[in-house]
Design a protein around this ligand. Structure first.
Ligand code: ME8
Ligand code: MG
Length: 642
């Protein structure tokens, strides 16, 4: 039976559409899975969505939707992005799935039986964006409200009854585990921060909440819901059948995970809590965590809450999937944080893909077709230049394998480019366009060696650019990669004896006209989704004159069932007439003598023949009725808001 490879991505919060950061982790997992598939292994890529907890409940409430309707509304766009980017996932887990709910409850019941859970009270700080309890050792002084050690945002104080998991009991076991498995995390250096966190002392972990209701009911106590991370981490088990006796065989086949991909923001959850959760139910540890850095925009992490995210669909529309996959894997080193810029993206696409690889293929194709040399048979006699290329490839495959063992994708694929450059150098140096005039056999040998090389490239780059490399296979007239077939063995002992029937093809990697620096920032804007309103400066804000005014008269406007003409006392700024379309929402006496907030320096407008010298502010309540914006205590008319 072939080996198996089970790889997971984080499950993403569904409070926004997927962005380039979520795509990055998912592509890395997909490339790892395809790399193992290339060995003939049976692979399982799991991805999905994290749908419970306070953060999601708040996001749903903000748009007045029921949490389940709210989370449902994001699923199609996640799946669409994964499909566009050729993510070959075997299962998409949702934490609101009944199977997941059952598995989490089964896990809690197992912990209860074991005596690892007790009831107490949580008193301390909580970061809702990170859904994390912030322990005292995360902040030094308690003179002010602590900020979250992960995201730096202000936390809030919580005091509630809670069930606790005896995390402290696992401190020594965890330390032993790290010691015996120094390669548990890639890159290995990251394990040091984990060890020092655990060494500094683990407190028991609160795993239930009573002040929120959007979560999995806690077994045996309906007033509690499961803490979202205790719920979410178990997706890696629930998706393959944990807790379901009918799926035991399947679960035993896939677990433990061979690789778990995640960003460095959530390493503590995956390298401390998660192993302890597994130890508590006597399950083996995942074999490896791949912890990558952050994609940044300028100096800041790309994130939903900052609203500086790049939209993968817009990128796809402009560049296509495979070149973006290539860029993410090859040019963002997993060991580092890296800024994303359109300028760099376009530069790399042109340099690596259009100039190096695409051009090699084009030149060979044009020449081969012009000379009717499109059928390439095996049995060439190679000379020293070709033998050198063959040796180089043997080294390259070994180097690629070594780096892929640690999932250092950027290094692995840099080796492949050494080979591509060498083949380019070979082709150029041999001058087949001249050779053909005097030595047909030599010409055919050059074309053949180039075709053999391109064939190897099409296989070894397939995990990163599956569609383009299948196109390359077709252009060479050979079969495409078959999932689960051991192609890698062939590459390791390649005989340079394939036969090819070259096809006419349009260029594989068209060159992009690179934008000038100015234009590229415009292009970059275009691929970004600024979720938040455009950021303004304080100077821009102070241009808006917001004044408190007292309504001294409310008049109906003839022929209008919407408008009132308000007379507003703005103190030293004078008496104004302000038209307001709120007649459906307020009777005149609701407004009369009230203080409201007015935009006082709007250009005057004519409404139903009346001049309006300002705008009164309102906010819509959940029932769709308007509420007045006012100040909590009486202030002098004309007081400026600031
Ligand atoms: O944390 N650069 O979900 P999340 C690189 N639901 N990767 C990034 C990134 C960036 N700028 N931004 C996000 C959660 N990511 C939890 C996970 S798992 C049981 C629960 C990627 O939607 C990266 O993998 O905030 C990061 O860890 C993950 O998205 C966080 O996604
Ligand atoms: Mg996050």
């Amino acid at each position: 039976m072939s080996k198996k490879f089970y790889v997971t991505t984080p499950i993403y919060y569904v409070n926004a559409q997927p962005h380039l950061g979520s795509l990055y982790s998912t592509v890395l997992a997909d490339v790892a899975a395809r790399w193992h598939a290339l060995h003939g292994e049976k692979t399982f890529l799991l991805t999905g969505t994290d749908e419970h907890g306070q953060k999601i409940a708040q996001a749903a409430a903000a748009v007045q939707q029921a949490p389940k309707d709210f989370v449902d509304s994001f699923i199609a766009s996640f799946k669409r992005v994964w499909d566009l980017y050729e993510i070959n996932y075997q299962y998409f887990v949702r934490t609101t799935d009944q199977a997941h709910v059952n598995a989490v409850q089964a896990w809690i019941i197992a912990l209860q039986k074991k005596g690892d859970i007790y009831k107490s009270k949580y008193q301390g700080y909580y970061c809702t964006p990170c859904e994390t309890f912030v322990t005292e050792k995360d902040f030094q002084e308690l003179s002010s409200i602590p900020t979250c050690p992960t995201c730096g945002r202000i936390t809030h104080y919580l005091e509630e009854e809670s069930y606790f998991f005896k995390l402290s009991a696992y401190q020594e076991k965890l330390l032993d585990f790290y010691k015996n498995n120094p390669d548990f995390i890639t890159p290995t250096e990251r394990i040091h921060e984990v060890i020092s966190f655990v060494k500094s002392g683990l407190k028991d972990l609160s795993i239930s909440r009573t002040t929120i209701s959007w979560g999995i009911p806690f077994p045996g106590d309906d007033r509690h819901v499961c803490y979202v991370w205790a719920d979410a981490l178990n997706n890696y088990l629930s998706a393959i059948g944990y807790g379901n006796p009918e799926r035991k065989k399947e679960f035993d086949f896939w677990w433990p995970a061979d690789l778990q991909v995640l960003g460095k923001d959530i390493v503590r959850f995956h390298a401390v809590y998660w192993p302890a959760f597994l130890m508590a139910v006597d399950l083996p540890m995942p074999k490896k965590l791949l912890v990558h850095g952050w994609i940044k925009i300028g100096e800041q992490k790309m994130s939903k809450s900052l609203g500086n995210v790049v939209d993968p669909i817009k990128l796809y529309d402009t560049y296509g999937a495979d070149v973006i996959r290539y860029y993410l894997v090859r040019h963002l080193a997993i060991t580092q944080d890296a800024p994303f810029t359109i300028e760099d993206l376009e530069h790399r696409i042109n340099a690596d893909l259009a100039d190096d690889l695409g051009n090699l293929l084009n030149r060979m194709m044009v020449l081969a077709h012009a000379q009717q040399c499109t059928t390439i048979s095996s049995g060439q006699v190679w000379l020293s230049d070709e033998i050198e290329l063959q040796k180089l490839f043997e080294d390259i495959v070994r180097d690629v394998q070594a780096d892929m063992k640690n999932y250092f994708f950027h290094r692995a694929y840099a080796h492949v480019w050494k080979f591509i450059k060498a083949v380019n150098g070979y082709f150029h140096g041999q001058e087949p366009w001249k050779v053909v005039k005097s030595d047909r056999a030599a010409f055919e040998r050059i074309i053949a060696a180039t075709a053999q090389s391109l064939y190897l490239i099409s296989r070894i780059l397939w995990p990163v650019m599956p569609k383009k490399m299948n196109d390359l296979s077709s252009a060479l007239g050979v079969e495409q990669v078959v999932l689960g077939q051991d192609h890698l063995s062939e590459l390791c002992s390649y005989k340079w004896d394939r036969t090819f029937i070259l096809q006419q093809r349009t260029p594989l990697f068209p060159k992009i006209v690179p934008a000038t620096t100015d234009a590229s920032s415009v292009k970059q804007e275009k691929v970004m989704n600024n979720i938040q309103a455009h950021v303004i400066t304080i100077d821009e804000f102070t241009k808006i004159e917001l004044l408190v005014g007292t309504i001294t008269h409310v008049a109906l406007v003839p022929k209008s069932d919407k408008l009132y003409a308000l007379t507003v006392d703005l103190g030293v700024h004078g008496i104004r007439q302000v038209c307001s379309g709120v007649r459906q929402h307020f009777a005149p006496e609701d407004l009369l003598h009230k203080q409201g907030v007015f935009v006082a320096n709007l250009q005057p407008r004519t409404m139903m023949g009346l001049t309006s010298q300002g705008m009164m502010l309102f906010a819509e309540n959940p029932q769709g009725k308007l509420e007045m914006v006012t100040v909590a205590g009486a202030v002098a008319p004309g007081t400026r808001l600031r």
